[in-house]
Design a protein around this ligand. Sequence first.
Ligand code: GLN
Length: 240
Amino acid sequence: MPKGIRIGLILPDVLGTYGDDGNALVLRQRARMRGVAAEIERITLNDDVPADCDVYTLGGGEDSAQVIAAARLAASPGLQAAVADGRPVFAVCAGMQVLGHTFTAHGETVEGIGLIDATTTPMSARAIGEVASTPSHAGVTAELTEPLTGFENHMGGTLLGPDASPLAKITRGVGNVAGSAVEGVVQGSVVATYMHGPALARNPQLADLLLARALGMRLSELEPLELPVIDRLRMERLAG
Ligand code: GLN
């Protein structure tokens, strides 16, 4: 097993509104609990985006924040290089929209960085509430077996093109866009979702999948962690 991993937390100063920084904390903690050294590298607006972190996370944010994030990621294309190199990326809500081709902010169409085949336009009503889904097993998520749970809060509705696959089938809530019945995106080494929570606190198997990939392993090769408190949280949320 590698000696340690670097977790790149992308633009927490602009994409930090919804508590999704917690995803990086969960990855760090689950690594450390297995005896793997792990550090979070906060990559703010003033920093160049490094291409050599072992895993990256991006969180949600307001429309104006994500316009700034998209411009910064285009200007300092370390994330694009990391994805070209197959490094795992986990993006939530605004973070997911920014990775697509375009999204809408303040009535204007804004360019994303095109790492996923997805476009986002406003829905007629905001989707707010608990969301639950069943993994699709697409691409790098083939090993997921546990239902996914989170909290969605978005106006943007995301349509996927042929190069992107959904992360999951909706059993509760709206997901990518009203009527689609799917949630999230899997494309290459990118996994994206509308789930806040933070999502990796509520979905330990998904956290371990990203961790395994950061370590160059399969999910099944990671030693399991027994955390009854997380099991109770999941039972409560999935019972809804
Ligand atoms: N501003 C975006 C939307 O409303 C993303 C919101 C979020 O990140 N929760 O669709």
